[in-house]
Design a binder for this molecule. Structure first.
Ligand code: SIN
Length: 543
């Protein structure tokens, strides 16, 4: 895939400069911005509207030890257990010890309205894999509430600018062109006008979230197209553990319900997974039953669907008080009612769907990648917190804490921006005339990933997927070179590269661990007690 400053755009304009260029406006990007703005100018670019992020879709909450009877050591242990041998213990301890103060700050400084008990204590929920109630939440729209609090502060900040409708095309890593190693900003596309501009920055922060759209069924919003991972890979950063894609066990099953999550918090309050026949089946799979770790629950559902031939299972909440359900889960209740499902009297039809990428751009505990001045924070990063499977509600937490840590780290660095940058030049790229290439390939990538690289994998399926994805990537590459870029094309290009990286990592791990389950290699092997790391070769033939 091309990484050259590609000959596609309208004119060679003067680059704009900022101190910190943040790509993405979820919890990670906003937390970074608020802290970094204490020592520099921050420019946040977001593809759609500022509130369009995986964060805003998070229902369950944010995990932190906020109850004096709980302990950070227990939170650490639960994270390590679910991570199935691949968590980095120093990172786990570092983030989880910072968690209580960071979450408290959201409430006290940014006015995030977390639920409280009648005596004013934190109301804490329980989710899969947790040994205690430790998930702070705002009913069932926690992410939206956090986004509201942080975005309000960001928009009011004199040193932060937010621009909507701008998407990064590629990072400026001059090493690719024989220059100084390091990231000095990005080429960015105005998604409305089609104009491409160069932005120079002392540090570039990828806060672009996940890649759920690489699968046909996902709980993620449309913006989750793996842009950060793809750009970082093209810029020479290390990418790790992409085989560990988390499937959430319970997304609403209804023909019209696109990407709607039914939070694990429902099972935390006592919801029971059942077959359509009414049989509760999780006791056959794990002692924690419906609240077992997610990889176990998703695989159990997958196995039951294959065994029974049913197209969904159900989540039964009917034994819980009706008023409690409506009060605790107002958004889920309202959405289900929209489709004629009343959880007070009917079980909710659910299926697993792609939810969270545990892999990503390899970083240290502060979000530094191996490319100087390039940081990755939140879901786009692979820090070692999640290992082979993420503990529920540790993700918002990671974004929050990493945002702070990366902001402290960039403040330490002194960087001279290069005086010369190759401008983006339009060349003879034509207006796109075959959008069908984009829609066809978009659909094909997602379907083949779902069928061949999903919850249960085999060597043959992975190999089939690899062959097909390479053909698709070749077609996208041609289209990318010949036609003017659009956001759809860029997203497809990124998505297809993420698909390639997931397949590549999955083929390298010849065992089953955490979220990666290959029936040709059942069981864990000590030989694979390590991260899967890949990176792009800038050799002479690399394009
Ligand atoms: C949920 O509400 O079930 C999602 C929580 C998470 O993914 O951590």
């Amino acid at each position: 895939m091309s990484t050259e400053p590609q000959s596609h755009s309208t004119h060679a304009e003067r680059p704009e400069q900022t101190d910190y260029l943040v790509l993405g406006s979820g919890i990670a990007g906003l937390s970074f911005a608020l802290r970094a703005a204490e020592h520099g100018r921050v420019l946040i670019l977001t593809k759609h509207s500022s509130a369009d992020s995986n964060t805003a879709w998070a229902q369950g909450g944010i995990a932190a030890v906020l109850d004096p009877h709980d302990s950070v050591d227990a939170h650490i242990q639960d994270t390590l257990t679910v991570g199935d041998g691949l968590c980095h213990p120093d990172v786990v301890a570092g983030y989880l010890r910072q968690a209580p103060a960071a979450v408290t700050e959201l409430r006290e400084r940014y006015g995030v309205r977390f639920d409280v008990t009648p005596d004013g204590e934190w109301a804490l929920a329980r989710e899969g894999g947790h040994s205690a109630r430790r998930v702070a939440h705002a009913k069932d729209t926690t992410g939206q509430e956090i986004e509201r609090g942080l975005l309000g502060a960001v928009l009011a900040h004199p040193h932060i600018t937010v621009r909507e409708g701008w998407m990064a095309v590629d990072l400026l890593n001059l090493a690719k062109y024989g220059g100084r190693a390091g990231c000095f900003g990005a080429y960015v596309l105005n998604t409305q006008s089609g104009q491409v501009q160069t932005i120079l920055a002392r540090a570039t922060i990828l806060a672009t979230g996940g890649a759920g759209k690489v699968y046909l069924y996902t709980s993620n919003p449309d913006v989750a197209t793996g842009d950060g991972v793809a750009m970082a890979y093209r810029a020479g950063a290390q990418i790790g553990n992409m085989e560990f894609f988390q499937f959430h066990p319970t997304c609403l099953y209804h023909p019209e319900a696109k990407s709607f999550l039914v939070s694990e918090a429902l099972r935390g309050e006592g919801g029971v997974l059942k077959l359509r026949s009414g049989e509760a089946f999780m006791e056959r799979y794990h002692p924690m039953k419906s609240l077992a770790p997610r990889d176990v629950v998703a695989r159990a559902i997958d196995a039951e669907l294959k065994r029974t031939g049913d197209d969904h299972v159900v989540l039964d909440m009917r034994h819980l008080p009706a008023e409690f359900l409506v009060e605790r889960f107002p958004a889920i209740h309202a959405r289900c009612m929209q489709y004629g499902i009343d959880m007070r009297s009917q079980p909710i039809p659910v299926v697993p769907a792609a939810h969270y990428s545990c892999g990503g751009v390899v970083t240290d505990i502060d979000g530094r990648t191996c490319v100087p001045n390039l940081f990755a924070i939140g879901e786009v990063a692979m820090t070692g917190l999640h290992g082979a499977c993420r503990l529920a509600s540790n993700s918002l937490l990671e974004g929050l804490v990493m945002g702070h840590r990366a902001a402290d780290a960039v403040a330490q660095s002194e960087i001279d921006l290069p005086s010369q940058i190759t401008p983006w030049i339009s060349g003879d790229a034509r207006d796109p005339n075959e959008a069908v290439v984009v829609t066809q390939n978009w659909d094909e990538v997602r379907r083949l990933m779902w069928n061949y690289v999903g919850i249960v994998r085999t060597d043959r399926r992975l190999e089939r997927a690899r062959r097909r994805i390479e053909l698709i990537r070749e077609e996208i590459r041609e289209y990318y070179w010949d036609f003017k870029i659009t956001s759809d094309l860029l997203e497809l290009r990124n998505l297809a590269l993420c698909a390639h990286l997931i397949i590549d990592c999955a083929q390298r791990r010849r065992e089953s661990r955490g979220l990666h389950y290959n029936i040709d290699h059942l069981g864990k092997s000590d030989a694979y007690l390590r991260d899967t790391i890949v990176h792009r070769d800038f050799g002479p033939s690399a394009r």
